[in-house]
Structure formats: C-alpha cells, structure tokens
Design a protein around this ligand. Structure first.
Ligand SMILES: NC(=O)c1ccc[n+]([C@@H]2O[C@H](COP(=O)([O-])OP(=O)(O)OC[C@H]3O[C@@H](n4cnc5c(N)ncnc54)[C@H](OP(=O)(O)O)[C@@H]3O)[C@@H](O)[C@H]2O)c1
Length: 267
C-alpha cells in the first residue's frame, strides 16, 4: 500500500481507505482492509456505521486512521461538540483522527462551526479538521476562519465518471496542500461491473487497459484517481474479496499513455 501525506501534516495516509456509507458487512471486510494496509476508515454520524467501525478497530486502534463527520444539520457550536461526543461513544475511542464537516450549511456562519472544530482539537478529542462537499468558495471561507489550525482535506465526489473537481477544486487543493478524499471513486460500482449503456465505449477502453495491466476494471479506475497528486480514494465494499481487490489498486502505476487514454475516453 502506497501512502500520501494528509494535507501538510506529515501524517502518511494509505492512498486506499475504506468507505462505509451503506456498509452492510460484518467486521471482517474492514479487518481484511486494515490487514492489507488500508488502515484509513471513513464513516459519519449519519451513516449508522460508527458502531461496526468501532468494533472492527477495537484491537488495533493505534494502527488505524479514523475519519468521521458531523452532519451539515449540526453545525452550531454546541451541536458540533455534542455530535463529536456521540461519535466518540459509538466508535468506542477517545480521539477522532480526522473530523469532517459533512456538508456546508448556509444558515450557520462557518466561523461558528470551525470554532467548535478547533475547540475539539484543543481538547485532544480530534487530531485534524477536514470538510466534505465544500465548493471552492466554501473551502476558502472556512480556511480563512481557522484561527489556530488548518483544514487538511476536502472529501468530494471524484471518479472517471465524475470529474467536476478538475476545473478548480483539484488544482486549488494541489497548490495548497489540501488532500482530496475521493468519494464514490467507483461511481457507486458502475466502474467496477455494470456500466450504463451510454458509458459502454469508455468502459471498453477501461476493460482493455485492465487486460493490458493484468488488473481489474475497478483497480484501474481507482489507480487512475490515485495518479492525481493529493488524491486518495475510499471505495466501499461489504465483501472481503472486493476489499482485497480494491486494496490492490495501490502499489503499481498506469503508464502515462494509459492515463491519457482514460482521460480521453471518459472526458
Ligand atoms: N462525504 C459524502 O457526502 C459522501 C458521499 C458518498 C460516499 N462517501 C464515502 O465514500 C465511500 C465510497 O463511496 P460509495 O460507497 O458512494 O461508492 P463506491 O465506493 O464508488 O462504490 C460502492 C459500490 O461499488 C461496489 N463495489 C465496491 N468494490 C467493488 C469491486 N471491486 N467490484 C465490484 N463492485 C464493487 C459496492 O458493492 P458491494 O459493497 O456489494 O461490494 C458498492 O455497491 C462511502 O462509503 C463513504 O464513506 C461520502
């Protein structure tokens, strides 16, 4: 498993982590991922998966980088502190490694929310602060409101089929040492196994490259995301063998020509 630095923190994050939205597996797939080096797990207060994540990491808490999120409807100062306490309890841990604002709420001043996030870092309950689903203007405003710490990541949708961040968010994050945590990197499974008819031609190219490299389409699709500086991926699977497949998306590289062929096919 290759690693990338989280923001400018000096912390090395596995470039393939484990997503848990709509996760219905037992602890086994998560444990398999951790064993294969994907020791970065993403959950959220709204996913309902904090308890299973907590159970999966119980015996190896120190090996795992644990990320969770406060929902965008809990962004008042007191609500953030309360949500964090509840997440800590459900996870069965005394510290969250990365606490993310799940989505912005235009009805709550971001200054108030980040003040609560910084209080959590001061108290040792949170190590690093991140955001999710922030547009560039939201991200810049939030970063400007931070008094003591920095926003180290933005978790956003990114895959061969969802390339909207390439215009401004990705270059900005790359220039400012902010990690992009790519969610739905398999386009919710479509890139792994069930392309819609309109994507059939592009998927054929993905499959050809999978044949050339001896990898699966899912591994090629994830490796393409990882070819971008500052980008890590958090695919979700309930199945041990698919988690293993996804973990092996790291540790090798598509050629420049293959990356360009994919850029064009899915452009
Ligand atoms: N911040 C946000 O607002 C936000 C939004 C969406 C997602 N996320 C995060 O990002 C994570 C991943 O995104 P996602 O769950 O939307 O989509 P995804 O990871 O792109 O795709 C998940 C789907 O692909 C299937 N799959 C996974 N690996 C596969 C493989 N190797 N071969 C075939 N099928 C495979 C899974 O089915 P099985 O489970 O049956 O294998 C599942 O149906 C989430 O779990 C969550 O942690 C965050």
């Amino acid at each position: 498993m290759e690693h990338k630095e989280l923001g400018a923190t000096g912390v090395k994050l596995p470039e393939v982590g484990l997503g848990t939205w709509q996760y219905r597996g037992s602890v086994e797939p998560l444990k398999k991922g951790i064993a294969l080096g994907a020791s970065f797990i993403d959950t959220a207060e709204m996913y309902g998966t904090e308890p299973v994540v907590g159970e999966a990491i119980r015996e190896e808490r120190d090996r795992v980088f644990l990320a969770t999120k406060v929902s965008g409807n809990h962004l008042r100062y007191d609500e953030v502190l309360k949500a964090a306490e509840q997440s800590l309890k459900r996870l069965g841990v005394d510290r969250i490694d990365l606490y993310q604002i799940h989505w912005p709420d235009p009805g709550v001043p971001i200054r108030e929310t980040v003040r609560a996030m910084e209080t959590l870092v001061d108290s040792g309950k949170v190590r690093f602060i991140g955001v999710s689903n922030f547009y560039l203007a939201n991200l810049k405003e939030a970063q400007a409101c931070m008094a003591k710490y920095k926003i180290v990541s933005n978790q956003v949708k990114y895959s061969l089929l969802n390339r909207g961040i390439e215009e401004d968010m990705l270059p900005y994050c790359q220039a400012n040492q902010i990690t992009v945590i790519a969610y739905s990197p398999l386009a919710r499974g479509e890139l792994a196994s069930r392309p819609l008819l309109k994507h059939r031609d592009a998927f054929n190219i993905l499959q050809n490259i999978a044949h050339q490299t001896g990898k699966t389409p899912a591994q090629v699709a994830l490796n393409w995301c990882l070819s971008r500086p500052n980008v890590v991926v958090i695919p979700k699977s309930d199945k041990v063998e698919r988690v293993a497949e996804n973990c092996h998306a790291s540790g090798w590289k598509l050629s420049r020509e293959q990356i360009e062929a994919l850029n064009r096919a899915f452009g």
